[in-house]
Design a protein around this ligand. Structure first.
Ligand code: 5GP
Length: 192
């Protein structure tokens, strides 16, 4: 059976990971996108079980304490985590599992899964990122500023990832992600 693997997609809030991921999943339905648990309130249009599992903080804390999360982190005042069971099941079945998570969670995954592939999505510039965050207009000024501060710290850590992709054009960024995922590595030379 094909071997399952973990693909970690990280990048600052507002960089367009969601749009990229939706396109990637349309092109490659064989990939499995992990649905995270969060204590954040749903945004307009978000659905429980499709976008996130929205839970209370005590429920989240219970899951973390019971080792039900593969990784978790606090981000801009809310908790986010990857449900362990679903991911492990899919990996055992040989599927490639995509985690769309922030930097701290990505580091936890790299520690536990040394062969996970890390892809970091960069904005064309920090200025553009701020504009995108403000256009979303779903959050308070304070929340936007917290996200921007975090974005700067995340961008500084981009070289911890195997691949860096600048999201200046959706098509180009997608092509680069596909190349990272599906281009076969150089064959190993085996001595006989
Ligand atoms: P948002 O509130 O914009 O949906 O997500 C905020 C941040 O949390 C994003 O950077 C997103 O990648 C990250 N995130 C979403 N799910 C998870 C998760 O399960 N674990 C971690 N560590 N981060 C997550």
């Amino acid at each position: 059976m094909a071997k399952g693997k973990l693909i970690v997609l990280t990048g600052p809030s507002g960089v367009g990971k969601g749009t990229l991921l939706r396109s990637l999943m349309r092109r490659h339905p064989e990939l499995y996108l992990s649905i995270s648990v969060t204590t954040r309130q749903p945004r307009a249009g978000e659905l429980h079980g499709r976008d996130y599992y929205f839970v209370s903080r005590p429920e989240f804390e219970r899951m973390a304490a019971n080792q039900q999360l593969l990784e978790w982190a606090e981000f801009a005042g809310n908790c986010y985590g990857t449900p362990r069971l679903a991911v492990e099941k899919q990996i055992q079945r040989g599927r490639w599992v995509v985690l769309e998570i922030e930097l701290e969670g990505a580091r936890q995954i790299f520690e536990g899964f040394s062969d996970a592939l890390g892809i970091f999505i960069l904005p064309p510039s920090m200025r553009e990122l701020e504009q995108r965050l403000r256009q979303r207009a779903s959050e308070s000024e304070e929340a936007i500023l917290r996200r921007l501060e975090r974005a700067r710290a995340e961008v500084d850590a981009a070289d911890e990832f195997d691949v860096q992709v600048v999201n200046d054009s959706l098509e180009r960024a997608l092509d680069q992600i596909e190349a990272a995922l599906f281009v076969a590595p150089e064959p190993e030379i085996v001595a006989v």
